[in-house]
Unconditional design. Sequence first.
Length: 80
Amino acid sequence: GRHNEVSRSRKAVYLAPNKALCEERQSDWSQRLADIDPSVITTTITGDRNSTACYAEIANAHLIVTTPEKWDSITRKWND
């Protein structure tokens, strides 16, 4: 039913202090969330890629794991 569907318009952002912790959290949570609902998409956004390349991933993800610096950089540049 409708209550069981994961909304694409709602997102959660988890900020971790460094890339290693971001990758650890994303790996753990993607496995745990897949057990609950395989349609949940998690992504890690760190400083390795330019911000423009990250927007599509952010648009499709339900859980975004990133560093405060990268999130600040991305959100300053986006236009919905």
